[in-house]
Design a protein around this ligand. Sequence first.
Ligand code: NDP
Length: 315
Amino acid sequence: RKGTAVITGASSGLGLATAKALAETGKWHVIMACRDFLKASRAAKAAGMDKGSYTIVHLDLASLDSVRQFVKNARQLEMPIDVVVCNAAVYQPTAKEPSYTADGFEMSVGVNHLGHYLLARELLTDLQASDYPSKRLIIVGSITGNTNTLAGNVPPKANLGDLRGLAGGLNGVGSSVMIDGGEFDGAKAYKDSKVCNMLTMQEFHRRYHEETGVTFASLYPGCIATTGLFREHIPLFRLLFPPFQKYITKGYVSEEEAGKRLAQVVSDPSLTKSGVYWSWNKNSASFENQLSEEASDADKAKKLWEISEKLVGLA
Ligand code: NDP
């Protein structure tokens, strides 16, 4: 039978390119988990995806109720869920003030980490129930959260500190809106959220890989300088960033190529190892990359897991 993959944020950029790459193989049905139904449907059509190769299901990661409703709706499709890709993200580098999810969490960490954390916890049950030979849960990471790289050392650097802001609810009322308890910084909040994504993947691996056989993975697909992720950046940045990445850092990767990379992590029979953070070299060959000290800190991962579990109402 065909495999079924849930991809969050499949309405643009990497998520859409991955959905298209998987659908084109004829071996996958994609559940596009998107907050804007019409946008997703237009995007799938414009990408030339075959009508029968995907189903769009509403998901707004900025609302825990919406995440729970998505899980119900996805189950009603009566399709097995074989792979889950947590890909959606918001990036607000120029925001002066924080914005908040429906549950009152700072938006970047609320959407990129907490929404996905609840989704992944819920869908783990479905992955376990699937009889697909290689079940996978993938959380898209990023180099920018990795302070062992050049890109990860561009200030403001990711730093979760002792997680006091997150423990306080990340709401700016009784606590800070930043995980480490500091002042709001949109670019840092994004990087912090990506560290959370990578820590969460490893904690899933430690807690559930042996018991469930599910492969847990993260990846850095390369710098896809053309996606909507940079839509909130200043115009000059948006103009110069793609050529800068292409010719100076040489980290540039097209949306199509990045989509193929993520599609490999979904389906390639050689990428079944769990607990890995995948990257690609200049020849587009995948390799197991090293995470920064903070992004591979097992104590921090455990603490993050326990606080997140409380914030999303699972504990
Ligand atoms: P895009 O902005 O193109 O895509 C982000 C997607 O997330 C969109 O489909 C967007 O939906 C969706 N999204 C945003 N907020 C929500 C929400 N509240 N609920 C549901 N969906 C939401 O960016 P990219 O494709 O670049 O980003 C995809 C992933 O790749 C992210 O995890 C990012 O961190 C990662 N990444 C990107 C890199 C890059 O260079 N671009 C590098 C490394 C990692 P909508 O279409 O409705 O806006």
